[in-house]
Each structure stands twice: as C-alpha cells, then as structure tokens.
Design a protein around this ligand. Structure first.
Ligand SMILES: *[C@@H]1O[C@H](CO)[C@@H](O)[C@H](O)[C@H]1NC(C)=O
Ligand SMILES: *[C@@H]1O[C@H](CO)[C@@H](O)[C@H](O)[C@H]1NC(C)=O
Ligand SMILES: *[C@@H]1O[C@H](CO)[C@@H](O)[C@H](O)[C@H]1NC(C)=O
Ligand SMILES: *[C@@H]1O[C@H](CO)[C@@H](O)[C@H](O)[C@H]1NC(C)=O
Ligand SMILES: *[C@@H]1O[C@H](CO)[C@@H](O)[C@H](O)[C@H]1NC(C)=O
Ligand SMILES: *[C@@H]1O[C@H](CO)[C@@H](O)[C@H](O)[C@H]1NC(C)=O
Ligand SMILES: *[C@@H]1O[C@H](CO)[C@@H](O)[C@H](O)[C@H]1NC(C)=O
Ligand SMILES: *[C@@H]1O[C@H](CO)[C@@H](O)[C@H](O)[C@H]1NC(C)=O
Length: 482
C-alpha cells in the first residue's frame, strides 16, 4: 500500500516479479537511506487539552498548492473527526503548503494545528462564505443592515477548542474586501478571520494572522478563552482590522501578542444600543498582558464603543504602544446604556501618541434610530498607573456626559513627555471626576493631585482570575512523511 509514494520504489517498466526482486535488493542496499527518508517527527505543542485521534487534511483530499479550493476537505475532515468528541477528541494537522479555503466550521474537543510553513489562504470569492444571522446583541451587521458572512474559522456552541500551530499563518487576503467595502459594493458585513460563539474553553495561540477582511479574532458569548502568542499584521490604513475583540465573554486572557493594524489592537465589547441592552451579556474578568501594539489611527485597548451589555473587571499590564492614536480609550454614547467599571491598567510604555488617555461619551455611531435616549452608560472606577509616554501631542481628552459624569477616575505615577508641537491645553476634562498623584504634566482640576505619598493610589487587584489557573498540557502529533 505505501510503496507507491516511496521514491525508492520507482521501478516503472519492469515486470511485477522483477520489480519486487529489485525492490527487495534496493531495500537491502539502500535500506538505511530509504528508512531515513521515510520517517515521522513528533510535533509537540502546549494546549488546554490533548486529543486521542489525529488526521491530516491531506487524508481528506486537501491540496496545498494555493489554487485548489479546500473548503470541502476541511469541512469533511472536521465532520468526520467530530465523531470522536466524546472519545478523547481529535486534532487536524495542516502540513506545509498554501491551503486556499472558504469558511468552515469547527467542532468540540477539537484542535486545529497549523505547521509553521502552512498558510490558510482565505478565498476572495463571496460565494465561499455562507451568510449567517447578525449577532443578537448587535441587531444588525456592523458594516450593513442584515446578515453577515461567516468567519473563515467559525465555531458555535462548542466546548474545548484549540486553534494553534508553530506560528503557522492565516492570510485573510483582505485587500479585495477592503476595496469593495470602501466602494460600497458589499451587501453584507465582512467576515472575520476567527469567530467562536457560545463556546466554553477556547485556546487560540501561536499563529500569525495577516490581512483580515475585518476583525481578526472575535470570541463572543463565550467563557474561558485564552488568546496567546498571536501576531496580527494588517496595513495601518485597512478598514476595521481590529486585532482581538472579546465580546460578551467571561474569563478571558490575552497574552504575548504583537498587533499592527488599521483599528484597535484590542477592543472590548458587549453589544450595541437597544440590542445589547436587551441581550444583557457583559464582558468581565478579562486580563491583557504583554501586548505590543502599533495602531496609528486607533487605540491600544478600546473599551466600547459597543458596551451596552456592560464591561467590568478588566486588568491590563505590561503594554508597549508605538505610534498609536490613543493608549486606553473608553468610547460610549447616550443610548448605549450598560457600564464600563472596575478597569485597571498598570505598566504601559508609549512612544509617539496623539492622546495617552481618551474617554468620550459622545461617540455616536448608533445601530439605528430606535435607541433609548434615556439609556445612559455608567462609567466608574477607572484606574491607570505606572506609565511612561514620550512624543505625545496631548495628554488626555476626557469627555463625560452632561448629567451623567464619568466618576472614580484614578491616574497615578504617569510621566508624559510632550512632542515638539504639543497642544496648548494638555488635559481637557468635561463631566468627569477622580483623583491623581504624581502625574506629569499636571492634570485638570477635575482630577485633583493627592500628593506624591499617594503614588500607588490607583488600584490594581492582587488576586488572580480563574483563567490564570488553567494548566497547559504538552500535546503531540506524529507526522508521518517520506
Ligand atoms: C507558543 O510557542 C512558545 C515558543 O515559541 C511556547 O513556549 C508556548 O508554550 C506556546 N504556547 C502555546 C499556548 O502553544
Ligand atoms: C457553519 O455553520 C453556520 C451556522 O451554524 C452555517 O450557516 C454554515 O453554513 C456552516 N458552514 C459550513 C461550511 O458548513
Ligand atoms: C447555541 O447556544 C445558544 C445560547 O445558548 C442558543 O440560543 C442556540 O440555539 C444554540 N444554537 C445551536 C445551533 O445549538
Ligand atoms: C511568527 O511569524 C511572524 C510573521 O513572520 C513573525 O513576525 C513573528 O516574530 C513570528 N513569531 C515567532 C514566535 O516566531
Ligand atoms: C448586492 O445587491 C444588489 C441588488 O440586490 C445586487 O445587484 C448585487 O449583485 C449584490 N452584490 C453582491 C456582492 O452580492
Ligand atoms: C512608577 O512607574 C514605573 C514604571 O513607569 C515603575 O517602574 C515604578 O515602580 C512605579 N513606582 C511606584 C511607586 O509604583
Ligand atoms: C514624534 O512624533 C511625530 C508625529 O507626531 C513623528 O513624526 C516623529 O518622528 C516622532 N519623533 C520621535 C523621536 O519618535
Ligand atoms: C475640550 O473638550 C470639549 C468637550 O469635548 C470641547 O467642546 C472643547 O472644544 C475642547 N477644548 C479644546 C481647547 O480642545
């Protein structure tokens, strides 16, 4: 059975018997060499769970030539492997190659592993992307009213799913989507690269994501989510190429990521206006650490603007921002309802920023005109400490809502070095209140200085979130090849 692909057994033109004799001789003569060529390596990786069954996409007709469409191969492989959900789970290996594919769906107790030289190439043909319903907490697609294209890797109602690799690549080939979006030629909302909905125990790690049509990683209505070691690259003028957007998720960890994109590096969300209020599912217990971000037109970490289900208990630390519009940005509006509270950020280094801090209650951007003008967002207990910034145009734009001030803002131990031509007014504060300590340049009167003895004034929780207690296992895949 396995003789055919063996280059050592190429004996075309000879009689079968002779072929076997020659083969035997060859195996004796060159046995060592042939055996060296036919080998298997053990690939090891770390994951929340290891799997009992394995397959390669090539066993389901996959061809990694960059031309053949592999949607059916991926979907057939995963449909087949889904039978092992209750029997120890399964892993699907993607070998070196360029694997053109449309959207496909993942299953539970499942790992997708991309070899470092494997590239999933997203199809640019809209018919390779099924239309799916809008998110209930948004009421409509983000780009257009109505439905949206399903993401390249899509999963819903799953438990225990890992998307990882040895820095394998997912290339969204977004250029054509961006052109069509800018030209108003799309009837539906653009797809994301990875979207996992209504799922528990999710790991997305050690991958490079290139040129997404829109957002890159979108866990939504999910819990116990780990995003680790992801490199995200997209042109800084590409539309809405947000990096990682935890949306109505509980217990999420984003660690060791490097993101350069045309929109926010991390955007924390929880639904839009009346739809998000009705759905009522917050994002909470989120930790973000060791993030490097370049986002010239947006934020390193954005909270909102869709925050109608609430955002609470966000802890960010050890963040490096380069050439970004703002550091942390809270975006909301009248009609959003919901809340952003108990936000803790410490240890941020920023180089070349337009604004270090930006909060606005005037972001607008409504789903439709049916929002409730009495639905006011609550913004409270926002803590920023231990930061250094250089080449900054303006320290802070903090704009609350008249009659609905943003309160409990604490900023301590922050040194902001200004650009050559800084704004005259460095702190512009309206409808906000809080305190400051050891902040340079001197903040606005709404954040009175408590003196240097209050240097560590702003809280940062000491306890650990349960997502930090999840233990990684060392898993393996035996790759057999010639
Ligand atoms: C990612 O790769 C690094 C080595 O490059 C490894 O230390 C780490 O365990 C991997 N993480 C995951 C979650 O696979
Ligand atoms: C994936 O699942 C979605 C929603 O369940 C469905 O609409 C879509 O057709 C599925 N995609 C494929 C390739 O089967
Ligand atoms: C997925 O879970 C959601 C929320 O529990 C539920 O409303 C929906 O019907 C489920 N979908 C499927 C396909 O099971
Ligand atoms: C993964 O690949 C990207 C793109 O080539 C590269 O920038 C990044 O440094 C790589 N990460 C690791 C851990 O090797
Ligand atoms: C968008 O809708 C218009 C009008 O129904 C139709 O002519 C056009 O082909 C559609 N475009 C796409 C990309 O589906
Ligand atoms: C002030 O912030 C710097 C980092 O910018 C940190 O190294 C230092 O420990 C902080 N000081 C205190 C008292 O927390
Ligand atoms: C400072 O920022 C400006 C843009 O505001 C940029 O052109 C310049 O190169 C930056 N300087 C340094 C030293 O980074
Ligand atoms: C300060 O902020 C308020 C509210 O956004 C705005 O109306 C005003 O123009 C700003 N002032 C300056 C000098 O930028």
């Amino acid at each position: 059975m396995e003789l055919l692909p063996n280059p050592c057994a190429k004996v075309e033109g000879l009689k079968r018997a002779l072929a076997i004799v020659i083969l035997v001789v060859m195996l004796f003569a060159a046995g060592a060499e042939c055996r060296r060529k036919r080998h298997s390596d053990i690939i090891r990786y770390s994951a929340i769970s290891c799997r009992a069954y394995s397959a390669s996409v090539t066993e389901f007709g996959g061809v990694g030539d960059g031309i053949t469409l592999n949607t059916m191969a991926f979907q057939a492989a995963i449909n087949y492997l889904s039978q092992y959900e209750a029997q120890g789970g399964s892993q699907l290996f993607v070998p070196p190659g360029r694997w053109l594919t449309g959207s496909f769906n993942l299953t539970s107790q499942f790992t997708l592993y991309l070899h470092r030289d494997a590239v999933l190439l997203a199809s640019q043909d809209e018919s390779d992307w099924p239309l799916i319903d809008p998110l209930p907490s948004y009421g409509r697609g983000r780009d257009a009213v109505g439905g949206r294209y399903g993401s390249l890797l899509f999963g819903t109602n799953l438990t225990d799913i890992v998307i990882t690799g040895d820095n394998g690549t997912i290339d969204g080939q977004g250029e054509l989507w961006w052109q069509k979006f800018r030209g108003g030629q799309l009837n539906y909302t653009r797809p994301y690269l990875i979207e996992i909905m209504y799922s528990d125990k999710v790991q997305i790690s050690n991958l490079t994501l290139l040129n997404s049509p829109s957002w890159n990683v979108h866990p939504v209505y999910s819990s116990n989510v780990i995003v680790q070691g992801i490199t995200i690259l997209a042109p800084t003028n590409s539309p809405n190429t947000d990096g990682i957007n935890p949306d109505s998720c509980t217990n999420t960890k984003i660690e060791d990521c490097y993101i350069v994109s045309g929109d926010d590096c991390v955007a924390v969300k929880s639904g839009w206006d009346e739809y998000g209020i009705a759905y009522g599912m917050p994002t909470k217990q989120l930790v973000i650490r060791r993030l490097t971000c370049i986002s010239p037109t947006s934020a390193v970490i954005a909270l909102g603007s869709e925050m109608s289900g609430g955002i609470e208990d966000v802890r960010a630390e050890d963040i490096l921002a380069i050439n970004s519009e703002s550091g942390v940005r809270i975006k909301t509006a009248i009609g959003r309802g919901g809340y952003v509270k108990d936000i803790y950020v410490k240890g941020m280094t920023m180089r070349t920023m337009k604004w270090v801090f930006w909060m606005t209650g005037n972001y607008g951007s409504h789903a439709d005109n049916n929002y409730d003008p009495n639905a006011l967002p609550l913004i409270q207990n926002i803590n920023y400490r231990d930061m250094v910034a250089e080449n900054v145009t303006m320290a802070a734009r903090l704009e609350g809502i008249a009659g609905d001030p943003f309160t409990g803002i604490c900023i301590s131990n922050v040194t902001i070095g200004l650009a050559q031509k800084p704004k005259k007014l460095q702190w512009n504060c309206t409808d906000i209140s809080g305190i400051s300590s050891s902040v340079v340049p001197q903040p606005c009167n709404a954040l009175p200085n408590q003196g240097p003895e209050k240097l560590p004034a702003c809280n940062f929780p000491e306890d650990r979130l349960s997502i930090d207690e999840v233990e990684a296992q060392v898993c393996s895949y035996e790759r057999k090849h010639w």
